[in-house]
Structure formats: C-alpha cells, structure tokens
Design a protein around this ligand. Structure first.
Ligand code: COA
Length: 348
C-alpha cells in the first residue's frame, strides 16, 4: 500500500500478554431504578446491559489506578517486568485531571522513572487507534516493546438522575492492556488498519467543560431562566439516536474496509474484538457478515460501555479462557466520540 496503512513485511510484532482490571462495585439496573426513573426492562431491551462497574468514588485517581492494575496483569501474562517496556501508550478520554497524562501516573506507579509515556484520546476508538500506532512504532524500529492501555472512568461524568438517564445507563468503568513486542516471527503483527474521524459530529457525543460549551444552548435552558441548565456541566451528552445511526452504518463499513485492505473475506477472521456500545449494534454487524456467535464476543451485559477499555477487556477475556491460538486472526473494531471509527486486524 502506498498510503502506509499496511505494515512493512520485515518486522514481526506479537501481542505478548494481556490483562484487565475492573472496579468491585456492580452498578446494576436495579440500583439505577433506585436513582432515576428507568427500568431494568427498558435498559435491557434497548442496550443489552444488565450491570456495569463503577470505580471507588473516594479514590482521587481512578483512571490511572485501574490502568495500572490492568497493565500489571498484562506484564504478568507476558512474563515481563515494567523495566522492559520502551513506552507506555494509554488511550483514555477520562484522565484523572487534564495534566499529567494518565500514562505518566501509570508508569510512575510501576516504578518507571525515565520510560516514555503518552496519552491518546480517540474516545471509544482509543485503544484501536493506539494499538495500530504502537505497531507502527515497533515495526519502524523505534521500540522493541510497548504497553498499550485502554482505560476510562466515564461514570465520573454521568448524571445518575432522571435528567441524565439517557446516557448514564450506558457507561461503566474498566481497563485493559496489552504488551506488544518485536519478534522474529514475521507472520505475526498487524495486517491492515483504518482510522477515521469526523469532527463535525463532535456534538453527537461530548462532555462540556463549562456551560458555554453546551451545544444548542436554546434547548437546554434552566427552568428558572438563569441560562443554560447547570446540570449539563461536566456530564456526558449524547444524541442517542444519531450515534446509533452512525454506529450501525460505520461499524460494518470499517470491518469491510479493513478486510479489503488485507485481501481477506470475513470468514477468515477468527475473532472480532468489538467495542461494546450496544448489543443491538453488535448483533446487526454479526448478522451482516454471517458470523457465528463464538467469533464476536459480547460482554456488554456485564460491563456496559467501558469506552477505551472495552476492546482490550474483551481480548483479555478470550485470552484467559484459552480461546486465542497462535496463527489466528483478530480484528479490533471500535467507534465513538469525535466522531471516530476504526479497526486494526492482527495475526497473533
Ligand atoms: N430509562 C427509561 N426511559 C428512558 C431512558 C432511560 N434510561 N432514557 C431515555 N428514556 C425515554 C426517553 O425520555 C424517551 O421518552 P419519550 O418518548 O417520552 O420522549 C424514550 O425513552 C425514547 O428515548 P430515545 O432516546 O429515543 O430511546 P432510543 O430508543 O433511541 O434508545 C439509546 C436510547 C441510548 C439506548 C439508543 O439511542 C442507543 O443505544 N444509541 C447509541 C448510543 C451509543 O452507542 N453510545 C456510545 C457510542 S460509543
């Protein structure tokens, strides 16, 4: 390919280990019923979600704490010490604070003092974009080993009242991580990838930092006439129907695009590791490509939408259940705020 979207053939890159971490607290649909006007039936029918996890709200740094725990598990799985990492690349849209980067805190928590650390924000597509980026950095010879972490704690930006119920029911907190390493086995690595964004869709899914960032302020006025409703500030805003439409069209489109780049048909891929946003969206994609249920894992019923955490958590579940075999093809696929959408196809 002349546009650089496929990997150079001379360097192998392996996914040497994976790990994940979830908060203890299970925020069930029944608990949501006690906080807002909603029902288990409504949530389950429209999204497939039964429960999601919520971080310990007394912790000041929940995103980096969860990311650290996931990465520790991934290092264990890879049989590696943190000192062996060349770079920590963390995908997140919910840093503990605007600065420092979550990756810096994660690296420090692991005892690293000089290892490079970068955050990447592509919302729910973050892990997919990050894993392709890390592959390019290893394949080009810059690094031998990179930790890629996907972590988010969006429940910090959810309004758990009837006012905010449209978005709040969807999200959960969680983290996943993989260790990418250079290998002499050139069959291993990324076969093709696609990264897309359309910033014109920003207002479909966003978190306003201040009421002056609220889109369409006229339709969000406070009842007392004081201006934009203050309950919107710092809380996730979503045009559910608009995002649904976007996802249903882009999700299969980017799968097909990535298959075409690799010259493969859908049946040649062993696992579709998909962002978990809505069970109906996943089911539509599965049917469209005629995939058996075993090739497209759904865990949204247990975890909700964990944003950048969702793809690496799915991957880690498959790994822990011994469902991944050397030589298999795995496609990571995601879409989300930005708007962004992308896929990364690997031979593992
Ligand atoms: N509980 C009960 N009722 C709710 C509710 C909730 N949590 N949230 C909204 N409603 C109500 C609405 O107020 C509305 O009532 P009305 O008809 O009296 O006005 C009704 O249910 C329908 O709301 P609507 O938003 O049109 O529902 P929907 O069928 O579009 O489903 C989503 C909502 C969010 C489940 C769906 O749009 C969706 O999944 N979108 C994609 C979201 C997504 O994937 N986001 C992440 C991308 S990474």
């Amino acid at each position: 390919m002349s546009d650089g979207r496929t990997a150079p053939p001379h360097t192998g890159v392996e996914i040497a280990g994976s790990g994940s971490a979830l908060p203890e607290h299970r925020l069930t649909n029944a608990e949501l019923e006690s906080l807002m006007d909603t029902s288990d039936e409504w949530i389950l029918q429209r999204t497939g979600i039964r429960e999601r996890r919520r971080h310990d709200t007394s912790t000041p740094y929940p995103t980096s704490d969860l990311g650290t725990a996931a990465l520790e598990n991934a290092l264990d799985d890879a049989g590696m010490h943190a000192e062996g990492l060349g770079l920590v690349l963390c995908a997140t849209m919910t840093p503990d604070s605007p600065t420092p980067a979550v990756s810096c805190r994660i690296a420090a928590n692991l005892g690293l003092r000089t290892t490079g650390a970068i955050d990447l924000n592509a919302a729910c597509s973050g892990f997919v974009f990050a894993v392709s980026t890390a592959h390019a950095m290893i394949a080009s010879g810059l690094y031998d080993s990179i930790a890629v972490v996907g972590v988010d704690t969006v429940t910090r930006h959810c309004d758990y009242s009837t006012f905010g119920r449209g978005a709040a029911i969807l999200f959960g907190d969680g983290a996943g991580a993989v260790i990418l390493k250079k290998t002499n086995d050139t069959a291993k690595g990324m076969l093709a990838q696609a990264m897309h964004a359309n910033g014109n869709g920003a207002k479909s899914l966003y978190i306003p930092c201040g009421l002056d960032q609220v889109e369409d302020p006229e339709s969000h006025q406070a009842e007392d006439g004081s201006g934009v409703d203050p309950r919107l500030n710092d809380k996730i805003q979503m045009n559910g129907k608009g995002v649904f439409k976007f996802a249903v069209s882009k999700f299969p489109e980017v799968i097909q695009e990535t298959l075409d780049l690799a010259g493969l048909t859908a049946d040649r891929v062993d696992h579709y590791v998909c962002h978990q946003a809505n069970a109906r969206i996943l089911e539509a994609a599965r049917e469209r490509f005629g995939l058996p249920e075993s090739k497209l894992r759904v865990n949204i019923d247990r975890l909700g939408n964990t944003v950048a955490g969702s793809c690496p958590i799915v991957y880690d579940e498959l790994k822990r259940e011994s469902l991944l075999e050397p030589g298999q093809k795995v496609m990571f696929i995601a879409f989300g705020a930005g708007l962004t959408w992308g896929a990364s196809l690997w031979q593992i």
